[in-house]
Design a protein. Sequence first.
Length: 206
Amino acid sequence: MSFYTDQLVPRLVNLVCSTRGVSRWRRLVVEGLTGSVVEIGFGSGLNVPFYPSAVERVYAVEPRDVSWRLAQRAILASPITITRAGLDGQHLPLEDASCDSALCTFTLCTVADDALAARELFRVLKPGASLHVLEHGIAPDQRVAAWQRRLDPLEHVLADGCHLTRDATAVLEAAGFAVTRLEQRYESGPKPWSYFTAALATKPLD
């Protein structure tokens, strides 16, 4: 692991993902979280101030120690019990059907195997439970999508594995989730990076 990816990228992500515009999306996507929540790609805790009062406990999955240290102020200020529970969203150290909700923001774009991560979230959620997702990804406009494909290899290197061309909704549905709420549009900023998806996906009842 290089100094760049280990030390600098977490700080850059914290800066870029803490804007007022992104925070509005965070407030939207956390609505309805309840009980015991697993959050993959916890990062520097940028979602913590927006957790609803119905959240009792958060299992935070975060690979970067720098991000976890940056999150401490938000964690200590929160009345919710937040514990670090693993480093990899593709392999969650949680029992089957043990979580009431799940949260994933700007993580399916970066995790090595997004399909595996989605299946793991499906596994640990109780039947009828919800997964709340905020991602950027492939745009519907052909011209923008073409630029995303051109820039994707560079993005992958500069942003520690991030992809511009993934389709979060398709990944969720392939994992077995039913997408019950969906909002997709451009946020302010360069279009290849700013086509956002906020989705609520439900694990079907047995």
